[in-house]
Design a protein around this ligand. Structure first.
Ligand code: ADP
Ligand code: F6P
Length: 336
């Protein structure tokens, strides 16, 4: 029997939002339409799928969105979709709305959901969108570059008060499992100490690094901490170290938690163009009947890998990371 012709694709964003997701939606819509496909937008991730919040998308619907942060399709977390009953219902709703292929823009949790739909016969494809860059098998994810730019700008600004007041400034950046933002923004911002969840830290090494600088006539220091680095009782490292550094070094110490500022606002040109390439490629995968795959960037080229390879796995900073190694050689302390 001849394979069914793909006529309609759906697109949704799921998990945490990331700057550049709109550029990916825009690319899916416009590339889908230019291939002669109907495109349906599904609001609020799997939540909207289960509530059948599904609308037809035209090229006009994605006008003036490439420069906007967040996601025009909204995003949500959906506990019901974690259950086999929820997944079965999601697959039936896709079929009811004639959705032959589904593009899921999100993180590894969203891809686990996409894989479940693929197992139920829905032709799903994933696009990696998270500021954390913690998705396996891709060099970049949508939003990471923007978040690093925002965090670097914040670190640059903190240098002013650190220098003027001769203070230690601690800044916590996002990354609940991986320290990619801390590593990249910390290095780009000329941080003196960078603490990552992957490496843990020896607090004495942090005090030694700060005191070592003070002895060389530089009492000000910048310490960047990834939010995922927590004590077993979940105490935030930034709270603990702000008090302890002042006590152990005698230098005035202040803290800043950047939080959601890193996830909002205008996406960088890099993220917009990455998302455009990912979105176009994902749509072409579906049109070419290559399902159950995640779009990725490897060695500068856009390609794809089976969703199974990416879902449930994490991309973490390893001790041999070249930026980390060069940082260490130049005297940056990683607290280990
Ligand atoms: P992210 O995609 O950014 O990793 P989450 O882990 O919160 O974000 O996942 C987003 C949504 O994907 C969840 O709310 C849930 O609906 C769905 N999801 C996550 N994990 C699974 C799973 N193992 N099976 C089915 N659906 C899942
Ligand atoms: O997008 C990733 C991330 O920003 C993590 O670094 C952070 O811990 C998490 O999302 C928090 O997001 P939410 O409050 O939306 O769950």
């Amino acid at each position: 029997m001849a394979e069914k012709q793909i006529k309609t694709i759906g697109v949704l964003t799921s998990g945490g939002d990331a700057p550049g997701m709109n550029a990916a939606i825009r690319a899916v819509v416009r590339r889908g339409l230019s291939s002669g496909l109907n495109v349906k937008g599904i609001y609020k991730g799997y939540n909207g799928l289960l509530n059948e919040e599904i609308v037809d998308m035209t090229a006009r619907d994605v006008s003036d969105t490439i420069e906007r942060g967040g996601t025009i399709l909204y995003t949500a977390r959906c506990a019901e979709f974690r259950t086999p009953e929820g997944q079965q219902r999601g697959a039936e709703i896709c079929k009811k709305h004639g959705i032959d292929g589904l593009v899921v823009i999100g993180g590894d949790g969203s891809f686990a959901g996409a894989q479940k739909l693929a197992n139920l016969g829905i032709n799903a494809v994933g696009i990696p969108g998270t500021i954390d860059l913690d998705i396996a098998c891709t060099d970049y994810t949508i939003g990471f570059d923007t978040a690093v730019n925002i965090a670097t700008d914040a670190i640059d600004r903190l240098h002013s008060t650190a220098c003027s007041h001769k203070r230690v400034m601690l800044v916590e950046v996002m990354g609940h499992r991986a320290g990619w933002i801390a590593l990249h923004a910390g290095m780009a911002g000329g941080a003196d100490v960078i603490l990552l969840p992957e490496l843990g830290f020896d607090e004495q090494k942090v005090y030694d690094a700060i005191l070592g600088r003070a002895h060389k006539g530089k009492p000000h220091s910048i310490v960047v901490i990834a939010e995922g680095l927590k004590f077993p009782d979940k105490t935030r490292v930034i709270d603990y170290l702000t008090e302890k550094i002042e006590e152990k070094t005698g230098i005035e110490t202040r803290k800043t938690v950047l939080g959601y500022i890193q996830r909002g606002g205008t996406p960088s040109p890099y993220d917009r163009n990455l998302a455009t390439r990912f979105g176009g490629y994902a749509t072409e995968l579906i049109a070419n009947k290559q399902y159950g795959r995640m779009v990725c960037m490897q060695k500068g080229r856009i390609s794809s890998i089976p969703l199974k390879e990416a879902s449930g796995k994490l991309k973490l900073v390893t001790p041999d990371n070249d930026l980390l190694v060069q940082g260490k050689r130049m005297g940056v302390s990683f607290g280990i």
